[in-house]
Design a protein around this ligand. Structure first.
Ligand code: ATP
Length: 751
């Protein structure tokens, strides 16, 4: 133990030295040092490089090193959250990043396939103090014993699974299991689907995969960013600390409702409305609705444009011709509009030329080319003409267009139109299901961004000039001790081309790639991870696929837990339109969260609907069975009483109840606000079943389960890591009652 303590002390001494050095460098670099270009360049380089390093060093403090592998050839490596090198001439690695190939046997080696290892050691620390060691012998011939042998090999895993929850997901880097490791390190390209029941570590694996990909493909991914899509804001805050704890910040976490810049979709739809808005047919309906906005007057009812030299007339024939010509460009609505306008202006000018220049004696038109050009300009500048063009082919923003469409939906059955008909009168009315419609509209309408593009090119030139200065400085600056020599922080030295450097650092824009991506609807992400992927509608998939033209994606989900009516039940249905059958499917089968006793109940509930259903097998049992109690008095009062009695001092309790009970419950539960985004860091949390998706708590009280659909009930029952109780007024769903009875045959505890 002392030996490990000494080693860890040495690692921390190195980290402290690096940190002090870095903090001073950041401080110095931030000091105003004149306004010259060179000074600005130097300062930006230093601040950017050192701040990134400092953030990573701070993130891993207290949990730096967690393992050691002893090799058959006598060597050994310590494994940690980041890589660190010694301050010597060889820059000897003294801590190996868990993502490096050298660390891989730590996760995969078995007695059967030892991968060159003699021993695997788990090091547990509290702050900087080593508290426990657990060794696994992988070479059974090896007679040497350390006294820390863990014959089962899973003491560290079981301790972490049984630990009290904090309301924030923690990383699993110490105990990644082999089946999970293979997914985390799977190749970057293509679509990988990870399916598994509740608690099988899908979310954990997805997040560690993001960290791994950022390490392995930093060059591309730091520039293009990784997008992680989760079901709701509470879930994102639940998982939000996992990547920073691994030293990674270059990731954008977002719900679907946040993926249209400028809109915060906080409104709610009825399940039926969300389902209709999510259907793929909406794409065609919107396309046709855009065409409907390109109008021609009825025959015999021309649009008349008042003019000093006599009214100008836009009849059916003339407008139709202009419209066909504009459509023939195959440009999006707003981009084709100038073509339409040009034809109309041309035709109106011809009318004027005809009227003004006609030779009363029958000769050729009296106007010369200059006169005609002059008239054309006057027509083009005429506000009445503009008004007529806008009436026939309006310039539309996606927001205006979708709001108009929702006020009067077209190209849908009357029933579907009625389900989604709703005025959008303020930005607060937008719902998450509207976001894919807005995005679709933006694609159909197009944006005349030629001015922005010219400005961007000018800015790019400026950046290249600036990067030349950056290179000068970067070449002279010292490197860091990160073991990862490919790290973005280090790589400034290797880059010889100022143009690439300009693209890569984009120093003129101080936002990170993730920040820039968040503000840009057309951003192409380097990789997209979708959690609870089964819930997304076909329209949402269209949006996500547009954000990832390379189709480098990891989709994790569990079709059995689908609760959204709009959700797509099968991976084939989701993916076939985009990648046909070119996608990998992989399954996780072990439940690390829910004890076996609870999982049996949850499995029975689903089996009542799907007889062949096999839930994932739980890795542990607690010996504590679930309990249920029928309430005859005031349900909210009894739930509150039970919740308060059982809220742990350490850890978390969730009450999962139908929304209709939330106000009554919130009134009785301290610190709980009905309708608000739940604060998961509180010891007691109130949730509707759908808000519970993806989350977990030490204890869970499920209230009135007869009001939940099967998948919602399955989700609710599988959230507990320790204990589950059920309180109900109405009869229990029969499958649940039966399963509880089977348990109580052996005496289920009733509090
Ligand atoms: N290898 C592991 N070591 C330690 N803990 C793990 C491991 N794998 C998973 N866990 C833990 O198991 C719990 C469930 O994991 P996670 O939330 O990722 O499951 P999930 O499959 O996404 O579940 P759900 O479908 O219910 O959302 C988490 O507490 C996670 O930290």
């Amino acid at each position: 133990m002392q030996h490990e303590q000494d080693y860890i002390d040495h690692l921390y001494a190195r980290v402290d030295a690096l940190r002090a050095q870095t903090a001073t460098a950041v401080e110095e670099a931030q000091r105003p040092d004149g306004n010259t270009r060179q000074a600005r360049v130097e300062r930006d380089v230093r601040v950017a490089e050192r701040s990134g390093l400092l953030a990573a060093l701070n993130a891993v403090d207290g949990s730096l090193c967690f393992g050691r592998i002893d090799l058959s050839d006598g060597g050994s490596h310590h494994i940690g959250r980041i890589g660190i090198r010694e301050d010597d001439d060889e820059r000897t690695p003294i801590l190996i990043d868990w993502r490096a190939p050298v660390a891989r046997p730590f996760y995969l080696a078995t007695g059967h396939t030892p991968m060159g290892l003699r021993r695997r050691r788990h090091i547990t620390t509290l702050g900087r103090t080593v508290t426990e060691l657990h060794d696994e012998l992988l070479d059974l011939e090896d007679a040497e014993r350390t006294g820390y042998e863990d014959p089962s090999g899973d003491a560290v895993l079981l301790a972490s699974l049984g630990a009290a929850r904090t309301g924030r997901m923690s990383d699993i880097v110490r105990t990644i299991q082999a089946e999970q490791d293979r997914i985390i390190r799977a190749p970057h390209s293509g679509v990988l689907v990870v399916e598994g029941g509740p608690g099988t570590g899908k979310t954990a694996v997805a997040l560690h995969r993001a960290a791994f990909l950022l390490y392995e493909h930093r060059e591309v991914l730091a520039k293009r960013a990784v997008l992680i899509v989760g079901p709701n804001p509470a879930f994102l805050s639940y998982i939000g600390e996992v990547l920073p704890s691994l030293g990674e910040t270059g990731v954008l976490l977002a719900t679907l409702g946040e993926l249209y810049p400028g809109i915060e979709a906080r409104g709610t739809d009825s399940p039926r409305a969300a389902a209709v808005k999510g259907r793929a047919e909406l794409a065609e309906a919107l396309r046709l609705a855009v065409r409907d906005r390109q109008q021609v007057p009825e025959p015999g009812e021309p649009v008349v444009v008042p003019h000093d030299d006599g009214d100008l007339v836009l009849d059916w024939h003339l407008v139709d011709e202009a419209r066909e010509a504009a459509r023939a460009t195959r440009l999006q609505h707003n981009l084709a509009r100038p073509h339409f306008a040009f034809r109309i202006i041309d035709a109106l000018t011809a009318q004027l030329v005809e009227r003004i220049g006609t030779d009363p004696y029958g000769g050729p038109n009296l106007l010369g080319p200059d006169d005609v050009a002059q008239l054309g300009k006057a027509v083009a500048a005429n506000p009445e003409v503009h008004a007529a063009i806008s009436q026939l082919w309006p310039e539309l923003t996606p927001e205006e267009f979708v709001a108009d469409y929702l006020a009067e939906p077209t190209h849908l059955s009357e029933e579907d139109a009625a389900a989604i008909r709703r005025p959008v009168t303020s930005p607060a009315d937008w719902t998450p299901a509207d976001v894919p419609l807005l995005d679709e509209a933006a694609e159909l309408l197009g944006e005349d961004d030629s001015a922005q593009r010219a400005a961007a090119e000018a800015e790019r030139q400026e950046r290249i000039a600036y990067a030349e200065g950056v290179l000068e400085v970067a070449r002279g600056s010292e490197s860091f001790e990160f073991e990862d020599t490919e790290s973005e922080i280090l790589a400034a030295h290797d880059i010889i081309d100022a143009e690439r450097m300009a693209e890569r650092h984009e120093e003129a824009d101080h936002r990170s790639a993730a920040e820039r991506a968040a503000a840009d609807r057309t951003w192409a992400f380097g990789h997209i991870i979708v959690d609870e992927a089964q819930e997304l509608s076909p329209m949402a998939w269209r949006l996500l696929m547009r954000r990832c033209p390379t189709r480098s994606m990891t989709l994790v989900g569990d079709p059995v837990q689908t609760s959204e009516e709009a959700g797509v039940g099968s991976w084939e249905d989701i993916l076939a339109p985009y990648v046909e059958n070119r996608w990998e499917h992989t399954r996780l089968a072990v439940n690390y969260r829910t004890p076996a006793e609870i999982m049996e109940l949850a499995g029975a509930v689903v089996r009542a609907e799907h007889p062949g259903f096999a839930p994932p097998s739980s890795v542990r049992s607690t010996g504590t069975r679930a309990w249920a109690r029928q309430v005859t008095g005031d349900l909210a009062a009894e739930v509150a009483e039970a919740a308060l009695a059982q809220t742990p001092d350490e850890g978390r309790l969730a009450v999962i109840a139908p929304r209709r009970l939330h106000e009554a419950l919130a009134a009785r539960l301290p610190g709980v606000v009905a309708g608000a985004e739940p604060d998961l860091t509180r010891h007691l949390v109130l949730l509707a079943p759908r808000q519970a998706k993806g989350l977990e708590f030490d204890r869970v009280l499920v209230v009135e389960p007869a009001e939940f659909g099967t998948s919602d009930l399955y989700v609710a029952l599988t959230r507990a890591t320790q204990a589950l109780g059920i309180l109900h007024e109405s009869a229990l769903p029969p499958a649940l009652a039966e399963a509880l009875d089977a348990h109580s045959g052996s005496g289920a505890p009733r509090p």
